[in-house]
Write a protein that binds this ligand. Structure first.
Ligand code: FES
Length: 146
């Protein structure tokens, strides 16, 4: 299966008793954290090979939206003019690829989690953690991963 961004979704299998119990625990955990986690995104290193690379042009990242860099599995958002953010495109719930940012949100198409496009904070479960944020800089007309 793939979404409109061309991402391939993990194959789904018939749920086992263990999977169902695990999923219920994840939802409960998210609820216990007042809407799927209040923590800040953990600092992270960029994926191997991407450090120092220009991964997008500024002009390709719309204000209030963003884009998914499929090659690196990174989401670039521009929540407000001139402010760029990079996050892992892997949903912390079960690893599905999130969709491109829109309306200030980054959504996961698999189970409906939603993340703030400015901070990566999880706003709606079942994900129980924020998106991992990566450092970047704007250099000329390019977005460079640090
Ligand atoms: Fe389940 Fe993203 S993988 S909400």
């Amino acid at each position: 299966m793939s979404d409109s961004d061309g991402f391939t979704m993990p194959a789904r299998s018939t749920p086992t008793r263990r999977n169902v119990i695990g999923a219920a625990g994840a939802v409960a955990c998210g609820a216990a954290l007042a809407g799927c986690g209040t923590g800040e995104p953990a600092p992270a290193s960029v994926p191997p090979g991407v450090k120092g690379q220009v991964i997008a042009k500024v002009a390709d990242v719309p204000v209030g939206g963003g884009t998914v860099i499929h090659k690196w599995k990174i989401v670039i958002a521009q929540p407000t003019s001139g402010v760029f953010k990079a996050f892992s495109a892997s949903c912390p719930h079960r690893g599905c690829a999130v969709s491109r940012p829109a309306d200030g949100l980054i959504r996961c198409p698999c189970h409906g989690s939603e993340f703030d496009a400015t901070s990566g904070k999880c706003l709606k479960g079942p994900a129980g953690a924020p998106l991992v944020e990566f450092p970047l800089k704007v250099e000329g007309d390019g977005i460079v991963m640090l």
